[in-house]
Design a protein around this ligand. Structure first.
Ligand code: FAD
Ligand code: FO1
Length: 443
């Protein structure tokens, strides 16, 4: 079986000859990975070897090597090294800026073909164009993250989930195929590889309670299917109950394929609410970041939302909190503080509270611009699933009216959808949630 050519784009074309390198970044898994399958397909065609390279940078957006998110990622990469080795595929952990490291590695190894996975984020695109400028071998990119490749789903930025859903539906049956298993390449990598792993002792003790890696991801999916899926539609917006899938940290780092999740769940029945979040909402975020270079600033927000926020720029704010006060969960609002603490402790805030959390940052900041910067900074610093298109779309939706419509006008928010403390208390048992988080903080 061949990888659907619609998933593949040539960043640099040419005739491939020699060993193949898959530069892995966003899709950190062995199973159900179209980029790995494509690299294997080329290696077979050339009767050549394959190595997977991960280029570790000291910082990635708001995260740095000592942080919990790095620890989580590195735990998964260690498991990946073993899985690849059992398939006869070399794994190299390289250090430094990919724009330098990848071309040097290609020169040193005599590789004849480079394959990369896809991300719409600015940083990943910059890395790729730096690499493309320096290499002279064919360089192909595979969208192994989205079910419908981002460049096929839509050729423009979509303004609502509704219009995007209609476009995705046209392509879903073509791309929602079962994955073949990966098989060993025809030849082993010429040299044996000894990776130097960062010393876990130098990393901050992690308060992370979420296990990392492909195995943990598959187990979490199974657990959700047996224990959570049936009550997802009715309880997913209740932070006092544990009815979300818990899959986002794994999906973010590509330790789990969204297409695998969709295939397994679609085989069980009609779980529209879950599949709509997993497919439409998630892929809409990639559409946003891919087509809008200002995805992380107010400049990238819809015109109506910027106008209404401008009209209310000088409205009186009852509270204004500094970044440090927000980071330290030191506001007058016990529900907001609990949500912030959940993120600090667990690395994963409940999805329903993320909306409330970001909207209150708008209410308590000097300006919408400050609010968006603060929300993204905290989200990217502390969420295990942060630094992801979903985060930019989520903060944009809450603060900048992205993918949303105008609501009744009110102070500070203008026509941006508002959420209140009282409204949250009517929807779920806020006291129960706050107590649960304070017990977690005491542990
Ligand atoms: P489930 O409800 O079980 O959903 C399953 C999967 O569907 C998720 O893992 C995710 O991939 C996708 N999904 C669900 N809701 C959304 C959504 N609203 N938009 C896009 N995809 C969605 N998600 C992130 O992955 N990373 C982030 O950094 C992030 N930051 C957010 C910030 C704000 C302010 C808001 C409002 C939302 C944010 N989200 C983010 C979206 C959403 O809240 C999370 O994806 C979800 O809570 C993750 O938990 P789960 O996997 O248990 O979700
Ligand atoms: N990708 C890399 O290629 N190298 C890194 O060092 C790296 C660090 C990193 C840390 C936290 C995190 O959440 C993601 C990180 N990623 C890194 C990127 C990631 O796998 C995705 O490519 C992006 O999040 C784009 O969606």
């Amino acid at each position: 079986m061949h990888v659907n050519p619609g998933r593949i784009r040539a960043i640099r074309s040419g005739e491939a000859r020699g060993p193949v390198i898959y530069w892995m970044s966003r899709d950190q898994r062995v199973n159900d990975n179209w980029a790995l399958l494509y690299a294997l397909e080329i290696a077979r065609k050339l009767n050549e070897s394959l190595a997977v390279v991960f280029c570790l940078t000291p910082r990635f957006l708001e995260a740095g090597t000592g942080d919990r998110s790095y620890r989580f990622m590195l735990d998964g990469l260690r498991e990946l090294e073993q899985r690849l080795s059992s398939l006869g595929i070399a794994f190299m952990l390289a250090y430094g800026d990919p724009g330098d490291v990848i071309p040097d590695l290609i020169d040193d190894s005599g590789a004849g073909m480079l394959v990369a996975d896809f991300s719409p984020l600015r940083i990943s695109r910059t890395w790729k164009s730096m690499v493309a400028d320096r290499v002279e071998i064919p360089f192909h990119e595979v969208d192994a993250h989205n079910i419908v490749p981002c460049w096929i789903a839509s050729q423009k930025q979509e303004w609502s989930a509704h219009t995007f859903r209609l476009k995705l539906k046209k392509h879903l049956s073509e791309f929602m195929e079962e994955f073949p298993g990966p098989s060993p390449p025809p030849r082993p990598w010429r040299e044996s590889v000894e990776n130097r792993w960062p010393d876990p002792g130098t990393q901050k003790a992690s308060g992370c309670r979420i296990r990392s890696g492909e195995r943990a991801a598959a187990e979490q999916l199974e657990r959700f299917i047996t224990e959570g899926l049936e009550r997802y539609a009715s309880h997913r917006n209740d932070p006092a109950r544990d009815a979300q899938s818990g899959l986002s940290p794994y999906l973010h780092l590509g330790q789990l394929s969204a297409q695998r999740v969709a295939l397994n769940i679609m085989a069980l029945g009609d779980y529209t609410e879950f599949l709509d979040e997993l497919i439409v909402r998630r892929e809409l975020s990639d559409n946003f970041c891919y087509h809008n270079e200002h995805y992380d600033s107010m400049e990238g927000m819809p015109e109506w939302a910027r106008r209404t926020l401008e009209d209310h720029r000088n409205d009186r704010r009852d509270y204004i909190y500094s970044y440090d006060e927000l980071e330290g969960a030191k506001t007058h609002d016990d529900l907001w503080n609990a949500a912030q603490l959940e993120m600090l402790i667990k690395g994963k805030m409940h999805g329903y509270l993320r909306m409330y959390w970001a909207k209150k940052i708008l209410e308590w900041s000097e300006s919408p611009e400050d609010a968006l910067i603060t929300a993204i900074r905290l989200n990217d610093r502390y969420e295990l699933d942060g630094r992801d298109p979903n985060g930019y779309a989520g903060c944009g939706w809450s603060i900048g009216g992205l993918h949303d419509r105008p609501f009744k006008e009110r102070p500070v928010f203008g026509k941006i959808r508002y959420m209140s403390y009282e409204g949250m208390r009517r929807k779920f048992d806020a006291r129960e949630y706050i107590n649960r988080i304070s017990r977690m903080a005491d542990q």
